[in-house]
Design a protein around this ligand. Structure first.
Ligand code: NAP
Length: 479
């Protein structure tokens, strides 16, 4: 496994926290502590902010090609260390090694994509309609950024934010989730090796998020917040951004509907369901949360999905042949357990799974509940676990109405063989993304993000870099 100093990365240097504090990192497969890292406090965060502010001007002036080349080299280094990075992700987050390798490739691709975008920032030029003025439009880096990431994709959530920020010419302070600090520290080492100048990336690992983050948001020197996490925390941070009218991008929670029409190819729908539900043990913002299945095919779909789910092998992510690792921690597993108990109390049948296994680690078995009562708590809560909740519907209008009946709007999945219906329902779904006869939407080259309370802004794709650029209009008289 990669040898990490376990210290803060500030201004190109590995540092202990000013007050010497450290925090433990647990292996979710055992619940045991396997590493310690520095636990930053507010003073450390201010040092990181200072470094980012100092590095901003020279970094913005660094030729785009040079910025891109650094990201491209980092992409290559990440791929060359796929096995080591995958082991690190599995150790701190729990996902099976094969999935962790997939995350490494996905994470690296953000750097390659934004290395290519760095040289295509461009602008605009034209004569205004009155003929007396010209317009110059500049796209300039927004300035020092604060990036806050969750634990579920510890490497990819980092590259998805660092990639566009650095490509745009912004410096950053990254605060990863306390459960998974090691992947972010590994990224810092890789970017340094790739030639990133001191101060452009600073990583503060901390268990004191509120105390570390609030002064930066209210301080006036950070010019942009990019946050991925729960909607509740996103809302709180937006209120803190209000003080300085800080620009913010928010990738928040989801409550994805997965709609299976009676004309769907059921094999394809079950395959898609397995991916949309079980990727990352269900701990993904894109995870299918509510399966709406046409009444005429619901029993068949549920039986087939249950058969596939019960065949998945649960165990430590490091063990060969394991499909489903542990959940992130005890609180995450308790939440899933309580949601299942509530659904069962309201009449859901358990087709497979449904009980926490004994022994160490935060394992939860793949579970299928069908049919689920519409008022069950899990229909209004992000399950974040390997539980498929199946509900039935009778017609298209009802499916769309119920799918949209939620404050969230990140992604929806639609399975049908009818092109007309596929397009109609895609247009009517109140989500930022739709998976049409597929259970996967995430791709670094596509704009990822939600509507309603699932977020503000897009990450990845051509739009991703815009989140880190300001548009400046310059009026020039025609003489
Ligand atoms: P979370 O509790 O909101 O935490 C996310 C990050 O915010 C962590 O680094 C966390 O650190 C930090 N944080 C929490 N309270 C804070 C505060 N008061 N001030 C500053 N920072 C604070 O979410 P999570 O449980 O880690 O992640 C799961 C959530 O992320 C789910 O809702 C999921 O849908 C969402 N997610 C969304 C996307 C997307 O792209 N839309 C992608 C992945 C995940 P602490 O833990 O130390 O508080």
């Amino acid at each position: 496994m990669i040898d990490l100093p376990g210290r803060l990365f500030i201004d190109g240097t590995w540092l202990d926290a000013v007050d010497g504090a450290t925090m433990p990192v647990d292996d979710p497969a055992t619940g045991e502590v396997f590493a310690h890292v520095a636990d930053a406090g507010p003073k450390d965060a201010l040092l990181a902010e200072e470094a980012a502010v100092r590095a901003q001007e020279p970094w913005a002036a660094t030729p785009p090609r040079e910025r891109g080349e650094i990201l491209r080299r980092a992409h290559d280094i990440i791929l060359s260390r796929t096995d080591e990075l995958a082991e690190l992700i599995t150790a701190e987050m729990g996902k099976p090694l094969a999935e962790a390798r997939g995350e490494v490739a996905y994470a690296a691709e953000f750097f390659r994509w934004f290395a290519e975008e760095a040289v295509r920032i461009g602008g605009d030029y034209g004569v205004l309609p009155d003929g007396r003025n010209r317009m110059l439009l500049m796209r300039q880096p927004v300035g020092p950024c604060l990036l806050i990431t969750p634990w579920n994709f510890p490497l990819a959530m980092g590259t998805r934010k660092i990639g566009p920020a650095v490509a745009a010419g912004c410096t950053v302070v990254l605060k990863p989730a306390p459960q998974t600090p090691l992947s972010s520290l590994a990224l810092a080492g890789i970017l340094r090796e790739a030639g990133l100048p001191d101060g452009v990336l600073n990583v503060v690992t901390t268990s004191r998020a509120a105390a570390v983050v609030e002064p930066l948001l209210r301080g006036g020197r950070i010019r942009k917040l990019s946050f991925t996490g729960s909607t509740a925390v996103g809302k709180l941070l937006l209120t803190q951004c209000a003080d300085t009218v800080l620009r913010a991008s928010m990738e928040l929670g989801g409550n994805a509907p997965f709609i299976v029409f009676d004309d769907a190819d059921l094999d394809e729908a079950v395959d898609g369901a397995l991916t949309a539900k079980m990727r990352n043990m269900g701990e993904a913002c894109t995870a299918a949360n509510r399966f709406f299945v046409h009444r005429s095919v619901a029993d068949e779909f549920a039986a087939r999905l249950a058969a596939r789910m019960s065949a998945l092998v649960v165990g430590p992510g490091t063990r060969a042949g394991v499909d489903v690792g542990p959940l992130i921690d005890e609180a995450g597993r308790r939440k899933v357990d309580l949601l299942v108990a509530d659904a069962v109390r309201r009449g859901a049948r358990v087709l497979t799974g449904g009980e926490c296994p004994p022994g160490p680690g935060w394992f939860y078995p793949p579970t299928v509940l069908s049919p689920v009562a519409a008022d069950s708590e899990l229909t209004a809560t992000e399950i974040f676990g390997p539980v498929a909740a199946i509900l039935t519907f009778d017609d298209e209008d009802e499916a769309v109405r119920r799918a949209n009946d939620t404050p969230w709007g990140l992604v929806g999945y639609v399975f049908t063989r009818s092109l007309d219906r596929a397009l109609r329902v895609s247009e009517r779904l109140e989500t930022g993304m739709v998976g049409l006869n597929t259970g996967v939407v995430s791709n670094p080259a596509a704009p990822f993000g939600g509507v309603k309370q699932s977020g503000l802004g897009r990450e990845g794709g051509r739009l991703g870099i815009d989140e880190f650029l300001e548009h400046k209009y310059v009026a020039v008289p025609v003489r």
